[in-house]
Design a protein around this ligand. Structure first.
Ligand SMILES: NC(=O)c1ccc[n+]([C@@H]2O[C@H](COP(=O)([O-])OP(=O)(O)OC[C@H]3O[C@@H](n4cnc5c(N)ncnc54)[C@H](OP(=O)(O)O)[C@@H]3O)[C@@H](O)[C@H]2O)c1
Length: 256
């Protein structure tokens, strides 16, 4: 019998996910059938670039999270609320969760994983950090035989795009940000990316996994790239460096 999936969100990631779920051609035979049961959105009349039947769309996301016919809830609405509450409701109703929501996991991961352990369901979050790499599952698999003492990476594509262009073209931050927004590489409100908040969410998740403890998101020092000028890029180049936004987590070796 097919797994019934309740999709919360049909935006950039939700649309891509729905396209994959609807495309059964070439799907590995070992995978059971996957079926989209319901799709939760804010504006059901919005034109969509994926062929999801309009009868599946609803604005009642709670009805999806609590629907007894649904096995897996895929949360792709983003933000903190109602995402957190919907995930917890779905877990309480025995559903497995898949989420791309780094903001909610970095702040409420502890609460969500505790609830999931109690309910005996999975919470899978590969798409929340470096989904294209991928990094979460390999990190989990490496934990048994490795002692990880540091995690460092370029984890934000938007700032990497902007800094790479500043490096190559010598342009100013504001002009290249505006161009990135025009091309769809940066959001209309770029704060989460350019102020380092997205990278901080991601390193909170990676560090919590790698070091096996709860890393408080609020305690992560965060600095973005707004203040990086063309002159900074030039100086760095002259010294043989490139400026990048790095997410860094290190286990302190000094006794407390
Ligand atoms: N975009 C990326 O490249 C990317 C990459 C990795 C992870 N993520 C993560 O994936 C998640 C989704 O991102 P996205 O870029 O796909 O967002 P998005 O394009 O803004 O889509 C959000 C979707 O959720 C629906 N939605 C939002 N709030 C809702 C509410 N209160 N009630 C009902 N529906 C609601 C929207 O409905 P309408 O369509 O009706 O407006 C829309 O379909 C976020 O957690 C983000 O951090 C994104």
């Amino acid at each position: 019998m097919a797994f019934q999936i309740g999709l919360l969100g049909l935006g950039t990631v939700g649309t891509g996910t729905a396209k994959i779920l609807l495309d059964v051609a070439g799907r590995h035979p070992l995978l059971q059938e996957l079926s989209i049961a319901r799709v939760g959105v804010r504006s059901p009349d919005k034109p969509r670039s994926v062929d999801v039947s309009p009868v599946l769309l609803t604005t009642d996301l709670t009805a999806i999270a609590t629907d007894p016919a649904i096995d897996i809830v895929v949360e792709l609405i983003g933000g903190l609320e109602p995402a957190r509450s919907l995930i917890l409701q779905a877990i309480a109703h025995g559903k497995h969760i898949v989420t791309a929501n780094k903001a909610v996991i970095s702040r409420y991961g502890d609460e969500i994983f505790t609830a999931a352990n109690k309910a005996g369901v999975y919470v899978l979050l590969e798409a929340s950090v470096g989904g294209g790499i991928p990094v979460i599952q390999p990190l989990k698999q490496a934990l048994g035989v490795n002692r990880i003492s540091a995690v460092t990476g370029i984890v934000n594509g938007t700032t990497n795009y902007i800094l790479t262009r500043m490096q190559r073209e010598g342009g100013d931050f504001e002009a290249i940000l505006a161009d990135a927004q025009r091309l769809g590489y940066a959001e209309a409100d770029p704060a989460a990316d350019v102020d380092g908040l997205d990278a901080a969410d991601k390193i909170a998740i990676l560090a919590s996994l790698a070091f096996g403890g709860r890393i408080e998101r609020a305690e992560i020092y965060c600095e973005g790239i707004r203040q990086v000028s063309a002159a900074d890029i030039d100086y760095a180049k002259t010294l043989g460096f490139a400026i990048k936004l790095l997410a860094i987590a290190v286990v302190s070796l000094k006794p407390l």
